[in-house]
Design a protein around this ligand. Structure first.
Ligand code: ZN
Length: 198
């Protein structure tokens, strides 16, 4: 990258570390940023810093939020006896967009993957089991239908079964390996409504 200024080279390098950004996109973004008005660049940089500083994980469900407890967990109108287990905050957002789910969530922040060396202790399973000591009627497992998602679902259902709490799995209308966030709301709703007992 010596044919660029050192600063642009560094910017391209940093942008290129982001997921889904290849060398060409990183270059395009870097040149775009340089061409932006200075105040807009500052706003972008400040927004990134502010997000990193202020966003935290909800003490109850583990989703990304601005407060100690997220708006969903803090909402008394939600059904706190129904917990949907998802892999990440993006999946939670996908279900929230349907506006049809009235329960609460538990965000695992990952999925079990023996291949990547991610075990049950590396995701928020302990926290889930702790929550189940309260009044809970149903746990809906909505992990992805990837190998990791299915492995995680099996593991969780085995863990919960002895407690006598109802465990269900969203229907397999969700494409195999499909990230939940890319699936349309109708498909998600169908998957939720067609969930089966585990
Ligand atoms: Zn929460």
């Amino acid at each position: 990258m010596e044919y660029y200024s050192t600063h642009i080279g560094k910017l391209i390098e940093e942008l290129g570390r982001l997921p889904g950004i290849g060398p060409k996109s990183a270059q395009r973004l870097a040149f775009h940023i340089i061409s932006m008005p200075a105040d807009q660049v500052k706003q972008l940089a400040d927004t990134i810093t502010a997000a990193k500083t202020n966003v935290q994980y909800c003490r109850i469900c583990g989703t990304l939020t601005d407060a100690e407890v997220c708006p969903i967990c803090a909402n008394p109108a939600r059904d706190h006896r129904q917990i949907m287990v998802v892999e990440n905050s993006r999946d939670l957002a996908a279900y929230e967009k349907t506006q049809k789910y009235e329960g609460v969530y538990h965000v695992l922040q990952g999925a079990i993957s023996p291949m990547l060396g991610i075990g049950p202790d590396d995701i928020r399973l302990k926290e889930l089991m702790q929550r189940l000591q309260g009044d809970v009627d149903e746990v809906i497992i909505a992990t992805n239908s990837s190998l990791e998602g299915e492995t995680t679902a099996m593991y969780i259902s085995k863990l919960i079964k002895p407690t006598g709490i109802r465990v269900t799995r969203i229907a397999s209308g969700v494409p195999v390996g499909g990230d939940l966030e890319y699936i349309d709301e109708v498909t998600l709703l169908r998957a939720l409504q067609g969930r089966t007992e585990l």
